[in-house]
Design a protein around this ligand. Sequence first.
Ligand code: NAD
Ligand code: MG
Length: 406
Amino acid sequence: MSDVAGECSSGQQMITVLGSTGSIGVSTLDVVARHLNKFSVFALTANTNVDMLERQCLSFAPAYAVMQDEASANVLRQRLSSANINTEVLAGSDALVSVANDNAVDTVMAAIVGAAGLLPTLAAVKADKKVLLANKEALVMAGSLFMNALSQSRATLLPIDSEHNAIFQCLPNNLDQRNSASYDMAGVKKVLLTGSGGPFREWSSEAIEKATPDQACNHPNWSMGRKISVDSASLMNKGLEFIEARWLFGLSPNNIEVVIHPQSIIHSMVEYNDGSVLAQMGQPDMRTPIAHALAWPVRIESGVESLDFMSLNGLDFERPDLERFPALSLAMSAASQPSSAATVLNAANEIAVDAFLNGAIGFGQIITVLESVLASANFIELDSIDAVIDADLYARKMSDAVVASL
Ligand code: NAD
Ligand code: MG
C-alpha cells in the first residue's frame, strides 16, 4: 500500500460505497460531501431502495450504481436518464464484485449488512484496495479465510465498527496485527470491548422475551439499521464483535474482555502490561470512525460535535449479564470452536432476526432458533469460501425449518 493509502493521480481517492443507502452508507456520504476535493465517488450500491439511490446519484454522479435486482435497476436507469445523469446502472451480485475490484477504485466502504457483503468485500481485498470494513458478518462467517486473503494481498483493512476502530486507534502504529509476538513486544495485555448494553440492559428476562421489533430497534445511544439494532438488543452484536476483534487483531479469545458501558462515550480500550489503559472516546456518531478510516493516516473533519466533558454525568461500567443475554455467550463460545461454528451462528442469527422483524417469531425465540441450529450442527474447519457458502446456506435452511416449527 502506498504511504497515502489509495490515491488516484488527481489526488482524490476514488470510492465505492457498498450499501450506500444504509445507515453507514449515508454517514459515509455525509463525510465524503464535506471533502469533495479529497474523495470522488466511483460507485454506489443498494438492495431495493431506488428512491434513495436515485437521490444519491443526483448528488454524487458516480460512474456506476448497482441495484440487487434487474427490475429495480430498470426503474433507476430510466429516472437517471430523464435527469441527464450519466451513471451506468447495473444489477446483481457479480456487478457488486465488479464495482468493488475495478482498477479505477482506491477505497471500498463495505457497508452491506449480512452475508451478502462477503464476496464483494473479499473481491476488494484481493484487488489490493483500501477496505473500510463495517460489514462485521463477513469476518464472522469467514474470518480466517478473509484474513489469509488479506495477508496474501497488498490491501489495507481499516475497521469501521466503532469498537474496532477505537482498538485500532489505541494500538501502536507499527504493530504487525497478524503476528502475536508483536503484541507481546508492544506490551499489549488485553483488549476491552465496550458496549452500551442495548435498550434492554435493565429489563427482566420475562420482559425481554416479549419485546417488540420497535422496542428492540429503539437503541438508547446509536441510530443504526434494523438488523444490527436487534443484535444490539440481544447482545449478539457484542458477540459478533468479539469474533470480529479476534480475527481483525489476531487475538486469542482469552485476551478480549466485554465491558458494558451504558453511556457509549468510550468506544473500546487497550490495556498494556505496565498498567496503562488507552481508551478512544467521542460522541456516539459513526462519522468519527468513518472519517478516521477514510483519511487514515491523517485526520479530517467529520461533522461530529466535540465531546463536552462538563455535561457528562459520569462513566459507568458493568459486567455483561450472560443469563439475560445468552446470545453473547453463544458467540463467545463459537469463537473458540472450529470455524463453521461462527458461520452457522451468523446465518442462523440472520434468519432469526429477519423472522423476528417480520413478526414470525418473538424476541425470546431468536435464541431458541440459534440454540436449536447450533445443537444440530457438527463444527469443522472450513477451508474454502465455497465451503463457507455451503455451510451458510445449510444453516439458513435449518433455521427456516426451526422458525416454521415455532
Ligand atoms: P442498513 O440496514 O441500514 O443498510 C444496509 C445496506 O446494505 C443498505 O444499503 C442495503 O440496501 C444494503 N443491502 C442489504 N441487503 C443487501 C443485499 N442482499 N444485497 C445487496 N445490498 C444489500 O445497515 P447498517 O446499519 O448501515 O449496517 C451495515 C453494516 O455495518 C452491518 O454489517 C452492520 O453490522 C455494520 N455496522 C453498522 C453500524 C451502524 O451504526 N449502523 C455500526 C457498526 C457496524
Ligand atoms: Mg459496534
